[in-house]
Design a protein around this ligand. Structure first.
Ligand code: NAG
Ligand code: NAG
Ligand code: NAG
Ligand code: NAG
Ligand code: NAG
Ligand code: NAG
Length: 335
């Protein structure tokens, strides 16, 4: 007779592998930018991307980071809208970067981030621009390449903005269906509008994205909301000084997530290497850490191919020394 303990083990293993009951571990890390360079907020791309240095992954993982968001330009992955993935780019560049990130530690997770603001060359998906089929096509193909790995999260679109939200929610449902049709079981990150604002999410896109269904699992456990929040006075992430720790905004978001039993990830946040940001970003990330599992974690903006003197740079110096903001605000709040 099989013991009840053995049955439980078999059952929980089956549930975990089916996704039900599986939960992402607490995540924290950094965006490694480069393949997204010169993608404008209108979705244009001027073909001037850069390679995030592979050594950074081992560097950050050695300090306890376990989340890397790797943005890329849509036009670079599929040069023709709706066409096939450029296998040269995938195999010689993007895949090499993803592999380095995954290899940097057994718990390292990667967000595959389509960094196009819901646009291609100035036109909005399903709102005058690319069709949902064309949008679904790149993710169907990426699902075939990167499917069935729980350490690879699919950021289905970076920072949608200035669009019709109900129509956008339909595009999100379309792309979720496309990814599942490829057989990929991965966690999916669903973005709202206002450049993925954490602040407007609960009253803006959130109520619409709650209706997005996972056709494979039936339950929404693998549909995580994607939010961004900066700490400068206009929330743009372009100023060296920080003016808030965002606790109020994030508490409101967390209450909303708890009401609906959902999760979100803060996939962009950050500030300058200044005393104000060292204080406020540290407080914000401590809050994010405390709000797990409603908030799965964070990735700060940004390291990768950014110069060490970029205003929000998290790129370590050539001698291996980290940026002051990383040392004082990020590192203490890694998982
Ligand atoms: C495919 O990617 C390679 C490597 O990035 C690049 O040299 C080539 O021009 C790309 N092909 C097209 C059609 O864009
Ligand atoms: C890309 O990398 C993934 C995992 O790192 C691997 O499974 C896949 O075969 C690679 N694909 C290509 C086209 O190199
Ligand atoms: C997108 O924005 C860039 C930068 O402002 C501009 O140069 C380009 O002409 C715009 N492209 C389209 C299609 O509007
Ligand atoms: C958020 O985005 C929606 C849709 O793009 C827009 O109607 C609304 O005005 C934006 N809200 C803010 C506060 O920017
Ligand atoms: C954020 O700032 C507010 C107001 O200054 C403060 O009450 C709160 O304790 C801070 N949050 C954290 C997590 O330190
Ligand atoms: C590393 O380089 C940075 C920037 O040049 C410098 O501020 C720092 O003191 C250096 N650290 C060491 C240990 O040499």
């Amino acid at each position: 007779m099989v013991s009840s303990k053995a049955v439980l083990v078999v059952l929980s293993t089956a549930l975990a592998s089916s996704g039900v009951g599986a939960q992402l571990i607490r995540l924290g890390g950094v965006n490694t930018a480069g393949y997204d360079f010169t993608v404008y907020t209108n979705g244009s791309f001027t073909n001037n991307a850069a390679i995030p240095p592979a050594w950074e992954y081992a560097h950050f993982s050695g300090e306890g980071a376990n989340l890397y968001r790797v943005p890329f330009a849509w036009q670079e992955m599929t040069p023709e809208l709706g066409g096939p993935i450029n296998t040269t780019f995938l195999e010689q560049y993007y895949n090499v970067t993803v592999a380095a990130a995954l290899a940097s530690s057994p718990t390292a997770h990667v967000i595959v981030d389509l960094h196009n603001y819901a646009r291609w060359n100035g036109e909005i998906i399903s709102q005058g621009g690319p069709t949902n089929e064309q949008y679904g096509s790149i993710w169907y193909q990426l699902g075939q390449v990167y499917g069935n790995n729980d350490r690879l999260l699919f950021g289905v679109m970076n920072e949608p903005h200035d669009l019709d939200i109900p129509t956008w929610a339909e595009s999100v449902q379309y792309v979720v269906n496309s990814i599942r049709a490829s057989g990929a079981t991965n966690y999916l990150l669903l973005p709202g509008s206002n450049y993925t604002s954490a602040q407007t999410f609960p009253t803006g896109a959130g109520p619409y994205l709650l209706n997005v269904k996972d056709p494979l699992f039936g339950t929404p456990e693998r549909l995580i909301f994607d939010v961004h929040k900066y700490l400068d006075y206009d929330n743009s992430g372009t100023h060296a000084e920080c003016v808030t720790n965002n606790t109020e905004v994030l508490e409101t978001l967390v209450s909303w997530l708890q009401e609906y039993g959902r999760q979100a990830v803060l996939s962009e946040t950050g500030g300058g290497n200044t005393a104000s940001c060292e204080t406020y970003l540290g407080e914000e990330l401590a809050y994010v850490k405390s709000a797990y599992p409603s908030l799965v974690g964070f990735s700060v903006w940004a390291a990768g191919a950014f110069a060490t003197d970029y205003i929000l740079s998290m790129t370590p110096y050539a001698n291996g020394t980290d940026q002051p903001l990383w040392i004082d605000a990020v590192r203490p709040n890694l998982p």
